[in-house]
Design a protein around this ligand. Structure first.
Ligand code: PPS
Length: 312
C-alpha cells in the first residue's frame, strides 16, 4: 500500500479509484437506537470491540461541532507548535475517525488506527453510551466539543448537501424537523450533548464549547494544554492560535479536506471550511422554524445545567 509519508495509506488515491456511486448516500439503521450509516452498522462488532490504549486521546463531538478545529489544536499542542510536523498528513490520517467504515478497499478508521503510532488522536462522533468500553477501562482522556444546536444544525445541513456518503438532507425546512427528531446520522444532538455532559465527572473528560473557542481561542487552547499536561510558552500558544484560525485552516490542504476527492465530498456545493461563525443560524431560520425549534429545545433540555450561547 502507498503511504502518505506519515506511515498511513494514501487515502485520497484509494478513494479516487473507487467506482462512482460506491459512496452514494448510505441509509441509516439503528445501533442501540442510534441511527448510523449502513457501512458503520456492518462493522459494528469490530467498533464495539475496539481496543483503546491508555495514552489514546479521544476527541468526541456531535458532527459539525468543531471536531477538525480541535483535532488541529491538539495535534499542534502534541507537536509543541511545530507546524511542519502537523503538516505531515491530512487530518483524517493524523487523527483517524474511529467508527468510519466504507466498502473495501477503503481502509476503515480502525484500520488506520491500527497503524497509527502512539499516542493516538482518535476522532469519534459516537454518543457517550456507544463509545467502546475499552476507553473507560484504559482511563483515556477525552475532549468533548459542543456547539449550539442552531449553528450545529445549519453546518450539518450544508455538510449533508456536499457529503455524498450521508443521507440526502432534503429541504432546510425538512432538515430542521429531522434534526429535532434525531433522525440524522449519529442521532439526536440533544441526547449527544446531554449524554456527554452527564458523563463528564465519571471520567477524564474536558467538555468545551465551540462558542468559547470563537470568543477567546487562546484561553481555550490553554485549557487543552493544561488538560494534556503540556506547558508551552506564550509564543507557542500564539503560533498555535494563528495556525488554527479559521482563515489558516481554510487555506491548509492538510486541514480543509481538499485531499478527499469530489466523488466523496463535493466542496463545489459547500466548502468544508464554510463560515466558521457563531450566529449564522440567523441567516437560515425563519420565524416559524425558530419558534418550533425553541419549543422543542425547552422540552428536551429541561432540568439540565447545560446551556449554550447562540451569539457572542
Ligand atoms: S466534522 O465533519 O463533523 O468533523 O466537522 P467539524 O470539524 O466538527 O465541523 C465543521 C465546522 O467547524 C468549522 N471550523 C471552524 N470554525 C472556526 N475556526 C476554525 N479553525 C474552524 N475549523 C473548522 C467549519 O467551518 C464548520 O462549520 P460551519 O459553520 O459549517 O462553517
Amino acid at each position: 500500500m502507498e503511504t502518505s509519508g506519515a506511515g498511513s495509506p494514501d487515502y485520497s488515491e484509494i478513494l479516487q479509484q473507487v467506482p462512482e456511486g460506491t459512496f452514494y448516500r448510505f441509509q441509516l439503521f439503528p445501533v442501540h437506537g442510534v441511527p448510523l450509516m449502513k457501512p458503520i452498522v456492518n462493522c459494528w462488532e469490530r467498533i464495539e470491540k475496539f481496543q483503546a490504549q491508555s495514552d489514546d486521546l479521544l476527541i468526541a463531538t456531535y458532527p459539525k461541532a468543531g471536531t477538525t478545529w480541535m483535532q488541529e489544536i491538539v495535534d499542534c499542542i502534541m507537536n509543541e507548535g511545530d507546524v511542519e510536523k502537523t503538516g505531515r498528513a491530512p487530518t483524517h490520517v493524523r487523527s483517524p475517525f474511529m467508527e468510519i467504515c466504507s466498502p473495501p478497499p477503503v481502509p476503515s478508521g480502525i484500520d488506520l488506527l491500527e497503524i497509527t503510532p502512539s499516542p493516538r488522536l482518535v476522532k469519534t462522533h459516537l454518543p457517550y453510551e456507544l463509545v467502546p468500553e475499552s476507553f473507560w477501562r484504559q482511563k483515556c482522556k477525552v475532549i468533548y466539543v459542543a456547539r449550539n444546536a442552531k449553528d450545529n444544525a445549519v453546518s450539518y445541513y450544508h455538510f449533508d448537501r456536499m457529503n455524498k456518503t450521508q443521507p440526502d438532507p432534503g429541504t432546510w425546512d425538512e432538515y430542521v424537523l429531522k434534526f429535532l427528531k434525531g433522525k440524522l446520522a449519529w442521532g439526536s444532538w440533544f441526547s449527544h450533548v446531554l449524554g456527554w455532559w452527564n458523563a463528564r465527572d465519571k471520567h477524564d473528560i474536558l467538555y468545551l464549547f465551540y462558542e468559547d473557542m470563537k470568543e477567546d481561542p487562546k484561553r481555550e487552547i490553554r485549557k487543552v494544554m493544561t488538560f494534556l499536561g503540556k506547558d508551552l510558552s506564550e509564543d507557542v500558544v500564539e503560533k498555535i492560535h494563528q495556525h488554527t484560525s479559521f482563515t489558516s485552516m481554510k487555506e491548509n490542504p492538510m486541514a480543509n479536506y481538499s485531499t478527499i476527492p469530489s466523488n466523496v465530498i463535493d466542496q463545489s456545493l459547500s466548502p468544508f471550511m464554510r463560515k466558521g461563525e457563531v450566529g449564522d443560524w440567523m441567516n437560515h431560520f425563519t420565524e416559524s422554524q425558530n419558534k418550533i425549534f425553541d419549543e422543542e429545545y425547552r422540552k428536551k433540555m429541561e432540568g439540565s445545567t447545560l446551556t449554550f450561547r447562540y451569539k457572542i
